[in-house]
Every structure is written in C-alpha cells, then in structure tokens.
Design a protein around this ligand. Structure first.
Ligand code: HSE
Length: 446
C-alpha cells in the first residue's frame, strides 16, 4: 500500500516558464491537487513559477504570488523542476543546476534534448535523479514512455510519425480545399497553429528534433538533430497534392526512423533518420490523421504494428503529458526507485541521407512520340532503379494534359537508395525528349 499523502512531506514543484503550457501545468497542479496527492502519496506543492516578466498579464489560474524572476533561486529549493520555457539557454543551465541540487526534472524542450540531451542525461545519471520528457514529442500522445519502457523487451524496426500539427493542418487543408501552400500557411497562422515565423514547423526543424528523440529511444543509439536529414513542406504544390489524390495517396510530412539491416538494395546497415514530405497510401492509418492531429506508427518485431494518435500541441494536452511525468518522478520520491536512464548500448551507425531506401513517384513532361518511354526506362535501368508502374494519366479533374505533343508520365519505382534515385533523375532530366521533371516524391508506408 502506498503511504497516505499526509504521511510524506509535500514535494516542492518549481515551474520554469508560464506560457501556454506552463499556465495549464500550474492550473492542473492546483485544481487536481487532491487527486494528485492520492496518486503520488504526497502533496505536490507548486513553490514558484519562474518568468522573465513578473508584471506581464497572466491567466486568472496563475497565483501571482508564485511568480519570480529568480529562476536560479527557485530551482535550488525544489524537489521536482518542470521546464516549459523552451529554447536552449537558460533552460539547459537551469536544468543542470536543478539536477546538481538533487531535483528530478521534467522537460518539454525537444530542441534542447535533440541538440544536447546527452549532457542532461549524463548529469541526471550521475546525480541519481529522474529526467522525464514525455511532452517533448507529440504533446499529449504517450509515445516516449511506450518506446522507452513498454517496448524495451522488443526490437523496434521503424517509427513513422506525423509529429508536427501545423504542417499536418496545412497539408490537410491543401488536400481538402485545393488551396495553395501559402494560403494554407496563412490560415494556420490565423488559427494560431502556426507561429508568425513558421520556419521551425514548415522547414521541418520541429519534426526533426522529435525524430532525433524518438530514434535515440527506439534504437538505443545517440541520434542528434544534426543526424536527421530534413526537408520541409515549402516545395509541395497544390498540383502535387491533387496528383497524390489521383493516385490514391495523401501527402504527409513524416518523421521516419528506421533500422536497416544492410541486406537489401546495396544499403548499408545502421539507422536512417529523416523528415520529409511523402506520399502515404490512403489505406495506411497515417493517411487518416487529419487537421492538426499527430500520430506515431511503430513497427516492432514482436508487437507488430502500433499506432499512437492524439493532440500534439496545445496548453492542456501538453500539460497532461507533463503532469504524467511529474507524477512518475514524485512517486519515485515517495516510494523509492528511479526512471530509465539513457540507453545507447547499441551504438548503431547513423546513415547519411543518400543511403535512405524508399520508393519514389516521379512526374515528368516528355515529348509524346515513339521511343521516349523506352529511353526513360533505359535511364532508370542503367542506375539500377526498378520501375513498379508507369502511367500516362489524365490530369486531376479530368482535363487533358496541357500542351499538344506533350505527355505527362508518372513513374513509380520499387525501393531504391536515394543516391541511385538522385543520379537517375539527373540523367533523365538530360534526355532530349524530357521537357521538365515536375516533381519527385517519396512513397512511404506502403
Ligand atoms: N509547433 C508544433 C506543431 C507543436 O505544430 O506541432 C510544438 O512542437
């Protein structure tokens, strides 16, 4: 039986940051204080909220007497430090200070973990304290704990994630309304999904940080942000989206982490971690992740396929994940024990982007005359890229291809290394009857 809440002294919780997520963490700690005490076996006492500007307007849920600009002083008097301020500094220094002072830490800071997680993990290990970060990947969705703990007895083969709600909203709007990328981004900004400067989302940096964290956990190997091959959604056109629908796909920005055993298509062994837009077949569960929702699809050797779905951002959803971590860390304070440490024993090679193996859909305009298809097919064969299907389709909406004498070809390849595909596309583009390569998209989840 866990001890009654009253039998253990209260645990002091310090909150660093009081933005959208911090406000909800503070609210839940207060509103659910009795339930949390019963679940932990000690009361969780919010002892301070560190902010830059103590005079700034705050939500009514915030007890202003808890606000302080002295973050360093605050972390020195806490049992559990919750960091939801974001950015690399001063978050890193404050978390290290908290760890040195013997506090458990909970952070939602994906950028910091993807850039310099090992420094924090090592410090936490040396101090014998917990470090939890469920909220750093996909907001409310429990995915860190399942990969780190529930699947610790299995062998994860692949993780495919829609881990950025802003870009999923943008691509979904393009697919459902036919609008262009810029208009959809503007709409996402108006609705508050996208920041005034949407770079971190639309260029894939946010998803890449999450991919690095998931890959490290899934493959027991250190993967940092720099190891992730990254491509955002800015080059996706309304035409690409319409053609995707025509061929039974939707375009999603995917975070992909996969184990390659080196047995196929001349690919070396190691871990491939990448973020890019991809065609996903409409029958795949990820194709039905709409609007700003997130989902992570995990393939493990024994468990098979798993899908985790929910809200990947927002104050209350992200605070839910933070509070779950606070409860875990608090239970250890009351009952003893410790959460998992960083696991890097596998030390797998991180493969370069050029070694990623996937299927491709290449769309091109060519002269419509005998022998052209044979020439294109020959160029693919020369580079060892095998064709799965060739279509000379009707344009989306049933219109005929624009120019007389020009044919639009849609070539789907079998899986091939990215390096072979790039060389192939370059060679095809040089062929005399080829007018334009309109798009090259990867196909995932088939
Ligand atoms: N900006 C992110 C998104 C949420 O759009 O999903 C925080 O990682």
């Amino acid at each position: 039986m866990p001890p009654a809440a009253e039998s253990h002294p209260p645990l002091r919780v310090a909150l660093l940051g009081c933005g959208v997520v911090g406000t909800q963490v503070a609210r839940l700690l207060t509103e659910q204080a009795d339930d949390l005490a019963s679940r932990v076996g000690a009361r969780l006492e919010l002892v301070g909220i560190a902010v830059r500007d103590t005079a700034a307007p705050r939500d009514a849920a915030i007890d202003r007497s808890l606000l302080t600009a002295d973050a360093e002083g605050l972390v020195a008097r806490a049992d559990i430090v919750v960091e939801v301020m974001g950015g690399t500094e001063p978050a890193r220094s404050l978390l290290l200070r908290a760890i040195d002072a013997g506090a458990a830490v909970v952070t939602a800071n994906k950028a910091l973990l993807a850039e310099d997680g090992p420094t924090l993990y090592k410090a936490a290990d040396a101090a014998g304290v917990d470090i939890y970060f469920e909220a750093a990947v996909a907001g409310a969705i429990p995915i860190v704990r399942p990969v780190r703990e529930s699947l610790a007895g299995d062998r994860v083969r692949r993780v495919l994630g829609i881990v950025n709600g802003t870009t999923n909203y943008v691509l979904d709007q393009m697919a459902t309304t036919g609008m262009g990328l810029e208009e959809a981004v503007k709409e996402a900004q108006d609705l508050g999904y996208a920041e005034a400067d949407p770079t971190a989302d639309v260029e894939g940096y946010d998803a890449a940080a999450k991919a690095a964290i998931l890959a490290s956990l899934a493959f027991h190997t250190r993967v940092s942000l720099d190891d992730v091959a990254r491509e955002g959604i800015m080059s996706v056109t309304a035409d690409d989206v319409a053609w995707a629908a025509q061929t039974g796909h939707v375009i999603k920005l995917l975070a992909i982490a996969e184990l390659r055993d080196g047995t196929s298509a001349g690919a070396p062994a190691g871990v491939s971690v990448r973020v890019h837009p991809a065609l996903v077949p409409i029958a795949h569960p990820l194709a039905n992740v709409r609007g700003s929702f997130n989902a992570v699809f995990v393939e493990a050797e024994s468990a098979g396929e798993l899908m985790f779905y929910g809200r990947g951002a927002g104050g209350a959803p992200t605070a839910s994940a933070v509070l779950g971590d606070v409860v875990s860390a608090a239970r250890h304070r009351v009952l003893g024990g410790k959460g998992p440490q960083e696991s890097t024993y596998a030390e797998l090679a991180i493969l370069p982007a050029s070694a990623a193996v996937t299927r491709y859909q290449v769309r091109l305009d060519v002269d419509d005359r005998p022998g052209v298809l044979a020439q294109v097919a020959h160029a693919l064969a020369e580079h060892g890229v095998s064709i799965e299907a060739v279509r000379q389709p009707t344009a989306p909406g049933g219109a005929d291809v624009a120019e007389p004498g020009v044919a639009e070809l849609l070539i789907t390849t079998h899986a091939a290394p990215e390096s072979a595909l790039s060389a192939t596309v370059a060679a095809v583009a040089e062929l005399e009857p080829v007018r334009t390569i309109t798009s090259v998209l990867r196909v995932e989840g088939a």
